[in-house]
Structures are given as structure tokens and as C-alpha cells.
Design a protein around this ligand. Sequence first.
Ligand SMILES: [Zn+2]
Length: 138
Amino acid sequence: MAECIFCKIAAKEIPSHIVWEDEKFMAFLDLRPVNPGHLLIIPKEHIDVVFDMPDGLYEGIFNTAKALSTPLQSAMGSTRIGMVVEGFGVPHAHIHLVPINGPHELDSSRAKPAAEEKLVETAKKIKAEIEKTEINQQ
Ligand SMILES: [Zn+2]
């Protein structure tokens, strides 16, 4: 979709802090993290609602979340990794994957813009951990 910000990110028309991608999915840092390392995972194809994703693609995005959770946790040293699907921000399916250290941290009212250099540094840390793992879809 021409006006969709996540489609533009997927097409690399807008720069983002990508930590991982394959043909179908992309994971990048949220510019307004609720905690450092807050990732967004999207299908490259424009689909508004996660639950409207066709079979295969639907499992694929959750398998991607599973595969990225371990390197994300290693990189950020958090107690757990939380996952949220709500879809109010951008009408293009996305999963929030967030390092958390306690309950109630998955609250979008905690989101604050992160400094560019902090995002660059965080993306580098996460990518280094992802490179140690084998993330294979399907
Ligand atoms: Zn889109």
C-alpha cells in the first residue's frame, strides 16, 4: 500500500534499524520503545490484521518471534521477552517483541522516542546475537 509506513520500511524506502529479514518478514527496532530492544516484526506483504494472515504466513510470523526471542533476550539481558499484538498504531500487521523485567511493562503509554545513536548501538547488539543463531523459516 502506497501510504503505509511499514510497507515503505519493508521496501526500504524509509530507513529503519533492521535486525533481521528474510523474503517474507522483517524485524526492526521500534523508534518509540517501551523498553530498549523493543522490536517490531512485520510481514513484508501488506495485511492489516494479524489474524487475517493466510495459513503459513501466520505461523511464520509467530515462528519468527519465537526464533528472535532468544537472541533478543541474550542481547538485552532481560528477565523475559514479552509479545503484544494490538495493531492500533499502524494498519499493517505487526508483533511487538519486547525485553521485559517485570509485569506491566508492555504498556504503550511507556513508549518514548529513543536517541538515534542508542538505536544504532542496540540494533548492532541484537544483530550480533542473531548471527550466532540459525533462524530458519518453514
Ligand atoms: Zn503496509
